[in-house]
Design a protein around this ligand. Structure first.
Ligand code: FES
Length: 132
C-alpha cells in the first residue's frame, strides 16, 4: 500500500529505499554522465558489455528520490539486454516500470534516458579508439 504522505508508487518507494545496482564498475566498458542544470542533480551510469550484451549496469546518483528510483530501475531494465534493445529504452519505459511518477518528477526519469544515451555514445567512441 502506497504511503499516502508521498505521491509515489510502492515501486518508486521500494527502489528509492533499496536501490538496486548502486555503486561503480571499475572496469566499465562505458560510462554516461549527466546533470540536470535546473535542480543540480547528477547521475553516472556504468555498463559492462560483452558481445553486444549488457552484462552489468551500476549507477551513482546524487539526486532526488525519483532520480535514484529511476537509476535503479534503469539498471534493472538494462541487465541482459542487447545494445539494440537498450537503445529502445526511453524515460517512458522507466516511468512505466516504476508504476508512474508524478508529473513534476518526470524530468528525473529523463536523466536516466540521457545517461543511457551518453553511456552508449561513450561505448562506441571507445570501440572506435580501440580499432584505430
Ligand atoms: Fe533533480 Fe529529480 S529533482 S533529478
Amino acid at each position: 500500500m502506497a504511503d499516502k504522505a508521498f505521491p509515489y508508487s510502492d515501486k518508486v518507494m521500494e527502489h528509492f529505499l533499496n536501490p538496486r545496482n548502486m555503486g561503480e564498475i571499475e572496469d566499465a566498458d562505458a560510462i554516461g554522465d549527466v546533470g540536470n542544470p535546473a535542480c543540480g542533480d547528477m547521475m553516472r551510469l556504468y555498463l559492462k558489455i560483452e558481445n553486444d550484451i549488457i552484462v552489468d549496469a551500476k549507477f551513482k546518483t546524487f539526486g532526488c528520490g525519483a532520480a535514484i528510483a529511476s537509476s535503479s530501475m534503469l539498471t534493472e531494465l538494462l541487465k541482459g539486454k542487447s545494445l539494440d534493445e537498450a537503445r529502445e529504452i526511453s524515460n517512458q519505459a522507466v516511468v512505466e516500470a516504476l508504476d508512474g511518477l508524478p508529473p513534476v518528477k518526470i524530468h528525473c526519469s529523463v536523466m536516466a534516458e540521457e545517461a543511457l544515451a551518453k553511456a552508449l555514445e561513450n561505448y562506441y567512441a571507445n570501440l572506435k579508439k580501440k580499432r584505430n
